[in-house]
Design a protein around this ligand. Structure first.
Ligand code: FE2
Ligand code: FE2
Length: 216
């Protein structure tokens, strides 16, 4: 994505980074209260229409503000209320940022994904989906471990590994997008490596186009 698309992508990624910090802070509170933080997530809606997804994002931010205000009132600890104040203010800022993006995406065509053209491409797409899903699972596993271990050094080392996995997940997802497919994060059961090998041994040149993406 270049130009406006590139700016939007990096702005949305910046907001996602804030959400990762919120995730960490909430998990740390759960641990400090003696609990076990969840790695379950709410469903991720996907749409191809840029205006629809930016508006959905700003609505989700407004929803988060309303929910966190209720939680802030219900929680009796001053230090946790202060954390909620900070998070609420960041969510308000995210909502404003998404609202400001709406005029920039108006008129943008829907994002089109290309269906795999050959059995080999179908398998390649599937493998990349499994890889994205595997990276995502590794991120959640390492983060959860980093939240719950008491040792500060180990916690930081696990968090660093989770950040590495985020990079890997980004590369895999971009690789799939470069190949024309939709990057997805849902859990995918692993298929057999033999299937992949067999498909490419039978016809190694049959990918209708080779993805250009390479991690920097
Ligand atoms: Fe957040
Ligand atoms: Fe947010």
């Amino acid at each position: 994505m270049g130009g406006t698309g590139g700016e939007l992508a990096s702005s949305i990624e910046g907001i996602a980074r804030d959400e990762m910090r919120h995730f960490k802070w909430f998990a740390q509170i759960v641990v400090s209260l003696g609990g076990n933080p969840t790695t379950e997530r709410a469903p991720v809606e996907r749409t191809n229409d840029p205006v629809a997804f930016i508006q959905a994002n700003s609505n989700a931010e407004d929803g988060a503000v309303a929910t966190y205000r209720q939680h802030r009132e219900a929680i009796p600890y001053e230090n946790i209320k202060k954390l909620f104040d900070r998070i609420i203010s960041e969510e308000q800022h995210h909502g404003e940022k998404f609202r400001a993006m709406v005029p920039k995406v108006e008129g943008m065509p829907p994002i089109e994904y290309r269906a795999p053209q050959t059995p080999q491409e179908k398998l390649l797409y599937r493998y990349l989906e499994e890889d994205v899903s595997g990276e995502y699972a590794a991120i959640l596993r390492y983060l959860h471990q980093s939240f719950v271990v008491k040792d500060g050094w180990l916690s930081k080392a696990l968090e660093d590994r989770a950040i590495d996995e985020m990079k890997h997940m980004g590369w895999m997802a971009e690789h799939k997008a470069e190949a024309g497919g939709e990057p997805v994060h849902d859990a995918r059961p692993r298929s057999s490596p033999a299937q992949f090998e067999q498909a490419f041994t039978q016809s190694p040149d049959s990918l209708s186009r080779s993805p250009q993406f390479c991690p920097a």
